[in-house]
Design a protein around this ligand. Sequence first.
Ligand SMILES: [Zn+2]
Length: 220
Amino acid sequence: MLYKIFSDARFFRALLAFDRDLARQTQAAGCRQCLDGPLHVANYRRKPRGISFDDDDLCQRFSFCCGREGCRHRATPPSVRFLGRRVYFAAVFLLVSAMRHGVSQPRAAQIEKLIPVDRRTLERWRRWWRETFVQTPFWRMARGRFASLAGEGAMPMTLLAAFGFESMPSYHVPLLRALAFLGPLCASAVVAPPRSLRVESFTQRMLIDRTSSEVYSGSS
Ligand SMILES: [Zn+2]
């Protein structure tokens, strides 16, 4: 399944459309630092490892810079494609970390064939979810909404399961929702996690619906 997801350019384009909407919202809100200046586009290029698509836009991290002299504050919106400064796409970081039974040698070899993440990196990722992520203010605020779930020791599978990753017939929508949930975690402004597991703007809602209808109708 990982192979299917990681070679699905259409899914990554849906993530890109989602990020464009998040960027529009950030820009419309204006500068949070001086509360006055307009935000100008100041995107930068990322070089995500592990997945290569021909689409240059997919590797753009949307970002803005305040146009007011003396402020020049940088505003980086939440993203469903990138999680902080990690060199892998957020989807890769999330899914590979979620491999259920730990990182056994054969499994690590399998993943390594698919995407070049070495065993030590995998173990570091898993530790990050189970030790660092669960201590973040973001997760502390959000964890109440996941009260009915299994323990945090199974992160990030717990998170994916909450969005229906294992129970829904297609992975696209649950994965997109999980990524959208995590999006604010690494935005430049401190953003609280969504108040429920399904809060999207109208545009984002349409993007999610379109993603799922394309998948179910089998169009390409
Ligand atoms: Zn400013």
